[in-house]
Design a binder for this molecule. Structure first.
Ligand SMILES: Cc1ncc(COP(=O)(O)O)c(C=O)c1O
Length: 406
């Protein structure tokens, strides 16, 4: 298995951690950033610097061009038909909150139902709890199976109430890496008369995503998990659905006309981008999208899945290691695991001393942890910059860790 990219693309990989080579296995939490992304942001601050959508002077129109070109790049990455259907947000969490508040407060009535799943990240649960609370609606969850798949029969039975207005589901689970049959989930929601929001935080960075094929009404994701900076994310929405929604935040840049006592609003996406946006971050996101498209998302997925299969083969040979999640092709590059009698935090601390970064905890997925019957897990996750040597380093260190704690 050859390295997929040149490690020199990622400056952080050249920096030792605790005196050891950095083995970064926490891409599910956030990704490393390639030079092209850092350079794109640096270029904006050094050579452009102006605000967007405001001035007529040349630096301002250059800033606007760069910002809008980034929207076009990301639209191409997810095969959206119109760049205007992409709203820049801060992250996935903000995208979901935008829909929950702007769509939910307008459209949800008492006793309406929102369907989520037990496997969701808290950011696709809590916004719905809040808005359901304001509107007197109910949130119901699709059960997950013990190997981390969604129970589609249970989903079908939830849809039969005739009261479901929104289905909000992740495309890929951050806790277990399951790739859900998202097209089918969206179709079933639509057949039941509900809209569907897909949390794409873990899919856009790792899979070929085609929002038109998937057919979801909304698709939210974060820049920082897909090689781009923090502070920028995207909410894709079908244009007709976005057009029918009131704004989420009010302020400059999102208006049509303002009078002292009332205002009217711009068309999407501007309607949902109040105030000065994260300009450099959006430009960085555009560079990340171009970088991923140059690599090819099918190749990205194949590389990361090969690493996952290789890692699971090694871990299966260990006594006292439990791994969680499905073993089929519907698994992305996430390995949640526990070592017998060793707390996941101790595992992560032990590995850190070896320069290996893994996450430990409930992964912002407490309902999923409860369904698995555990408090927490350790989690190794892969990105395009990981190699077979990284997996070998993980496996060797886990052997030492098991011995140490015996
Ligand atoms: C599946 C999933 N949804 C939502 C989020 C929230 O992402 P952010 O913190 O960037 O808003 C995460 C972050 O880990 C995630 O994995």
């Amino acid at each position: 298995m050859k390295p997929f990219i040149s490690s020199s693309d990622f400056p952080l990989l050249e920096q030792p951690v605790n005196g050891k080579r950095l083995v970064y296995l926490d891409s599910t939490a956030t990704s490393l950033k390639p030079k092209v992304v850092l350079e794109a942001m640096d270029n904006y601050y050094r050579h452009v610097g102006a605000n967007v959508h405001r001035g007529v002077y040349s630096l301002s129109s250059q800033a606007t061009d760069l910002y809008e070109m980034a929207r076009v790049s990301v639209a191409r990455l997810i095969s959206a038909a119109q760049p205007e259907s992409l709203v820049f947000t801060r992250n996935t969490t903000e995208g979901i909150n935008l829909v929950a508040y702007a769509w939910g407060l307008k459209n949800l009535l008492p006793d309406d139902e929102i369907v989520v799943s037990e496997l969701e990240h808290h950011s696709n649960l809590v916004p719905w709890h809040l808005v359901a609370g304001y509107r007197g609606a109910k949130v119901k969850a699709i059960r997950m199976t013990t190997d981390g798949q969604l129970d589609l029969e249970h989903y079908a039975s939830l849809l039969q109430s005739g009261k479901v207005k929104m289905v909000a589901i992740a495309h890929v689970s951050n806790a277990l890496g399951t790739i859900h049959p998202i097209q089918k989930i969206v179709q079933m929601a639509h057949q039941a008369g509900a809209l569907c929001l897909v949390d794409g935080a873990q899919s856009v960075p790792h899979l070929q995503v085609d929002v038109q094929d998937i057919g979801a009404d909304f698709y939210a994701f974060s820049g920082h998990k897909m090689l781009a900076p923090t502070g920028i994310g995207v909410l894709y929405g079908k244009l007709e659905v976005l057009k029918a929604m009131p704004p989420f935040l009010g302020g400059g840049d999102m208006i049509d006309q303002v009078f002292p006592d009332h205002s009217s609003y711009a068309e999407p996406p501007m309607r949902f981008e109040a105030g000065t946006p994260a300009i450099a971050e959006a430009i960085g996101l555009g560079a990340a999208a171009e970088y991923l498209m140059d690599l090819g998302m099918a190749r990205v997925q194949a590389h990361e899945q090969a690493l996952t299969v290789y890692a699971l083969e090694q871990l299966d040979q260990f006594e006292g290691v439990t791994t969680y999640g499905t073993r089929g092709a519907n698994r992305s590059a996430v390995i949640a695991f526990n070592l017998e009698n060793v707390h996941p935090h101790d595992v992560a601390t032990f590995l850190d001393a070896e320069g290996i970064c893994v996450r430990a905890g409930h992964h912002c997925a407490q309902p999923a942890m409860r369904a698995l019957g555990v408090q927490s897990t350790a989690r190794a996750s892969f990105g395009i910059y990981n190699t077979k040597e990284d997996v070998d380093a993980l496996v060797e260190s886990l052997k030492h860790c098991i011995k140490f704690f015996q």
